[in-house]
Design a binder for this molecule. Structure first.
Ligand SMILES: *[C@@H]1O[C@H](CO)[C@@H](O)[C@H](O)[C@H]1NC(C)=O
Ligand SMILES: *[C@@H]1O[C@H](CO)[C@@H](O)[C@H](O)[C@H]1NC(C)=O
Ligand SMILES: *[C@@H]1O[C@H](CO)[C@@H](O)[C@H](O)[C@H]1NC(C)=O
Ligand SMILES: *[C@@H]1O[C@H](CO)[C@@H](O)[C@H](O)[C@H]1NC(C)=O
Ligand SMILES: [Cu+2]
Length: 368
């Protein structure tokens, strides 16, 4: 039974080791959990006595914000390991992984565990690049930036000096009539969008990559990171009312399906990416470094939901196949499922566990 016990520990790591935003402004409807007391409350036998702390971006000191940005740039300056010519640095390993695995990690049960795992791998790379090991991946609490439209544009997260830079310049068009050469990213119009052009301000101004748009992983032309901010979309999908509503969802299946629908998850993506922006790209959204702050908050929201009820903490379900919510093609995710981050070649039927082990760090995590 030793095997069971130790691998159960791995499950606990994935589903329950979470990073506790102890100093957060806690605009998510319920105050977020604040340490081992909460872990104990939901029955987690934690031996972690000094967890690192994920903080809201504006709760970091200015020096910490600059240090975080420096760590991301450090990743962009390190060689990548993914076996793709289009990958030119370590930051892009994570982007490539997300592109290749996009259809296996969204609108499926594993959506939350997959992104928790990827986030954790990214966080470790940040530490390797000098980020404070006492601090985890910072998060962007969307609810702090939705009261008025201008709040989004003034957010410290999008500061042009100590944040991730601002909006892209205006490009016309809409969902049915996009501007020439522009790729529409979401499945519907984003009428409140305000930009569409390349990111031209802030520490990541003029950032480009060969990867994307969408599922492209060939080394063709470079493309820029685009922003197309949509403040009403952010408010409508990721504002306090939607967060409060989501927290009431009764089980993981409805939590995943609802929040990955027109709700918290796309809210942060479309709020920054609008119609044309990188953040709205289902595959290549991690081209924009702010992706990781959005997903850190989404992970925090899941943890808040998980710790609301002891029955939630190990609750898992949801389709194994993209958007197969009626289970027509396959069953649900279970605690016996495997979560992995890597560049396995699905098109050749290889699930990637053996081959491409190092795209985002460790390749595979078994739930049990
Ligand atoms: C989209 O743009 C076209 C061309 O300008 C316009 O005719 C159409 O009304 C627009 N659609 C919406 C929903 O605004
Ligand atoms: C990318 O998506 C297109 C359109 O859906 C598809 O035809 C193509 O096979 C995909 N390419 C890869 C590398 O997955
Ligand atoms: C946001 O919600 C308001 C109120 O329901 C609605 O009037 C508006 O059209 C919505 N905007 C977007 C972009 O979803
Ligand atoms: C999958 O899980 C959902 C709850 O998330 C449940 O309603 C459904 O019956 C399950 N499907 C199967 C085939 O077990
Ligand atoms: Cu994703």
């Amino acid at each position: 039974m030793g095997f069971f016990n130790s691998s159960f520990g791995v499950l606990a790591l994935l589903l329950a080791t979470v990073v506790l935003p102890n100093a957060s402004r806690a605009a998510v409807a319920t105050p977020p959990p604040s340490g081992d007391a909460d872990a104990a409350a939901v029955g987690i036998d934690s031996t972690c006595t000094k967890p690192h702390v994920r903080k809201e971006w504006r709760r970091l000191t200015i020096d910490e914000r600059k240090s975080y940005i420096g760590a991301v740039k450090c990743m962009m300056g390190k060689p990548g390991v993914a076996p793709l010519d289009a990958v030119t640095n370590r930051f892009e390993d994570f982007l490539a992984t997300h592109i290749v695995q996009a259809l296996d990690s969204h609108f499926v049960g594993v959506f939350y565990p997959y992104h928790r795992f990827l986030l954790s791998r990214y966080e470790q790379e940040l530490w390797e690049c000098g980020w404070d090991r006492g601090l985890g991946q910072p998060f962007w609490d969307w609810t702090l930036d939705v009261e008025r439209d201008e709040d989004l544009f003034k957010s410290p997260v999008f500061d042009t000096d100590t944040g991730f830079g601002g909006n892209g310049g205006w490009i016309g068009g809409n969902f049915t009539h996009p501007a020439p050469g522009m790729i529409v990213q979401p499945p519907q119009d984003v009428p409140d969008r305000t930009g569409g052009g390349c990111l031209q301000t802030g520490p990541f101004a003029d950032l480009t990559t060969f990867l994307g748009p969408q599922n492209n992983t060939d080394k063709k032309g470079r493309n820029c990171v685009r922003r197309d901010m949509a403040p009403a979309s952010l408010r409508n999908m990721s504002g306090p009312a939607r967060v409060a509503e989501a927290m009431q969802l009764p089980n993981y299946g409805s939590w995943e399906r609802t929040t990955d629908g027109v709700s918290l998850h796309p809210g942060g993506h479309w709020g920054v990416g609008g119609l044309y922006g990188s953040m709205t790209d289902l595959w290549a959204s991690p081209a924009d470094p702010v992706f990781w702050l959005h997903h850190s908050n989404l992970d925090r929201a899941w943890w808040s939901w998980q710790t609301r009820d002891p029955a939630h903490i190990y609750d898992i379900s949801g389709p194994l196949v993209f958007f197969d919510y009626s289970n027509k093609m396959a069953g649900n995710l279970t605690l016996d499922s495997t979560v992995w981050n890597g560049l396995g070649d699905y098109r050749k039927g290889d699930d990637g566990r053996k081959a491409h082990a190092h795209s985002a760090g460790r390749a595979v995590l078994r739930l049990r």
